[in-house]
Design a protein around this ligand. Structure first.
Ligand SMILES: Cc1cc2nc3c(=O)[nH]c(=O)nc-3n(C[C@H](O)[C@H](O)[C@H](O)COP(=O)(O)OP(=O)(O)OC[C@H]3O[C@@H](n4cnc5c(N)ncnc54)[C@H](O)[C@@H]3O)c2cc1C
Length: 446
């Protein structure tokens, strides 16, 4: 029999960067909120050691503020982030914000608890209850039990549009040739990034590591240029361009983004399991390669492998507005712009042809509220990775600062809908933008 968890004004599904900010924004707006997350922690991919991108446009103007920036300030105060660091390649956005993944889990949990959000961990949302094309409840699975959670407005922040699809929202899978490759993040101890840089001189990003007074290298973004031949001979990567990103906020500890998992179906249990198995084998091979070839890795060891498989994209809903390539390149703004994008189009080729990078408009572009409002189903807002978009703009706004800004907008929109008794699709863009601006979010630029 289903156990009943009661009824909340707003129910958020998925506790990654998008869902956390959605839940906090809604709760701070004065409505009751439940947040459901299938892992045992909040943070999603922000908890895996990836740096947050991107708070500034190519001119250096800050385009993401509000809750996403509050998170960074809190992390800086609690020794969990080195703050925004300037980067040499401006078309990626002017800055990068390295964080300690474990501290992200703590700080996001603090924000959730302080806001009075009811948090359900170890709970997978797998079904919906609908009435007259309106979603009124979700079904959760946890520890062999099934629960029902009712609500007035639901926010799908699962990254895969899990709830929207279950509710019957038309959605599109793999818009660009196939799924972008997945990646299993890992962390290594016993490495000094200054030493790595002597062997591997690509884009170097400088800052003050946590607990240090002197500046040193915090991020290296590049590839194994010096060892191209060996990489090829040993068939180390399945794709043609073996990108590698190192981030080190504490001396000796490096988070590495470079495993390559091509051709998986990340929404099939077999594909996801294969990703975890192949990802671990790939980490062993990469570590063995680096220990043999790079002096800086001679005494390094794996300290952690992410429990989450890094899936770049799956489903996109069909919504009231579809963001286009022209929108992001021309820097279009909308009457209902709720967040500003500014990161490069960073598309990982699903067939292993490497990474296609191209700049967006230098000042940034608007992400309209209409991209988050699904066709056909009421009572639902979709935020984060799976909003309505063509594949090219998706490869820009998928980064975490933009996802957090979308989450904040979704949370405030949901609260406005509850408080006015309207459907989320009838919350006006003007009032939403005003409320976001009052709360310190950035909804316009230049
Ligand atoms: C390998 C990789 C590298 C990346 N590099 C960067 C980078 O350097 N910088 C950057 O800013 N961005 C980067 N990105 C993009 C960014 O991490 C994601 O797009 C972003 O995390 C999306 O945020 P989200 O909250 O929407 O989704 P996620 O971070 O994926 O979080 C979704 C959460 O929902 C939970 N969930 C999913 N389904 C359910 C369900 N049915 N029930 C309950 N819970 C559920 C998941 O457990 C997860 O915690 C990278 C992505 C990948 C995969």
């Amino acid at each position: 029999m289903m156990k009943n968890l009661g009824c909340f004004d707003v129910v958020v599904l998925g506790g990654g960067p998008t869902g956390v900010m959605a839940a906090v924004a809604a709760a701070r707006s004065g409505v009751s909120v439940a947040l459901v997350e299938e892992a045992g922690f909040v943070g999603g991919m922000a908890a895996t050691g990836l740096p947050l991108l991107t708070y500034h446009n190519a001119y250096g103007d800050q385009i993401i503020k509000g809750l996403a920036d509050e998170l960074v300030q809190r992390l800086v105060e609690s020794s969990g982030s080195v703050g925004h660091l300037e980067r040499p390649r401006e078309h990626f956005g002017k800055t990068i914000t390295p964080v300690d993944g474990e501290m992200v889990k703590f700080e996001m949990m603090n924000m959730i608890v302080e806001a009075g959000v009811e948090l359900y961990l170890h709970a997978s949302a797998f079904g919906v209850v609908t009435r007259n094309d309106k979603i009124v409840g979700v079904c959760l699975y946890s520890e062999s039990e099934i629960y029902e959670l009712s609500g007035k407005v639901f926010i799908d922040a699962t990254g895969d549009a899990d709830i929207a699809r279950k509710a019957g929202v038309p959605s599109v899978n793999s818009l660009y040739k196939g799924h972008q490759p997945a990646t299993l993040m890992f962390q290594v101890g016993g490495v000094d990034l200054d030493e790595v840089a002597k062997e591997m001189n690509e884009e170097l990003i400088i800052g003050r590591k946590l607990g240090e007074d002197e500046e040193s290298i915090v991020c290296i973004q590049g590839n194994f240029g010096n060892w191209d031949e060996e990489v090829f001979e040993e068939n180390l990567f399945p794709d043609s361009r073996h990108a590698i990103w190192f981030t080190s906020v504490r001396r000796g500890i490096v988070d590495i983004n470079c495993t390559r998992l091509i051709g998986l179906d990340p929404l099939d249990i077999r594909g996801r399991t294969k990703g975890q198995i192949d990802g671990r084998f790939h980490i062993l091979r990469i570590m063995d390669f680096m220990r043999r070839h790079m002096r800086s890795f001679a005494n390094a060891w794996v300290t952690q492998v992410s429990s989450l498989l890094g899936v770049r994209d799956t489903y996109h809903i069909q919504g009231e507005y579809c963001l286009t390539k022209e929108d992001v390149i021309e820097g279009r703004m909308f009457d209902d712009t709720i967040a500003i994008g500014g990161y490069a189009i960073d598309l990982h080729d699903p067939e292993g042809e490497g990474i296609m990078l191209s700049p967006v408009n230098k000042k940034g572009y608007g992400i309209p509220y209409g991209t988050m409002i699904p066709l056909n189903v009421d009572g639902l807002i979709v935020a984060g990775r799976s909003i309505c978009s063509e594949p090219i703009p998706f490869a820009s706004f998928r980064v975490m600062a933009q996802c957090m800004a979308m989450g904040e907008a979704a949370g405030i929109a949901a609260a406005l809908a509850v408080q006015s008794g309207e459907h989320p699709r009838n919350v006006g863009g003007k009032v939403l933008r005003e409320r976001l601006a009052e709360n310190g979010a950035c909804v316009s630029v230049g």
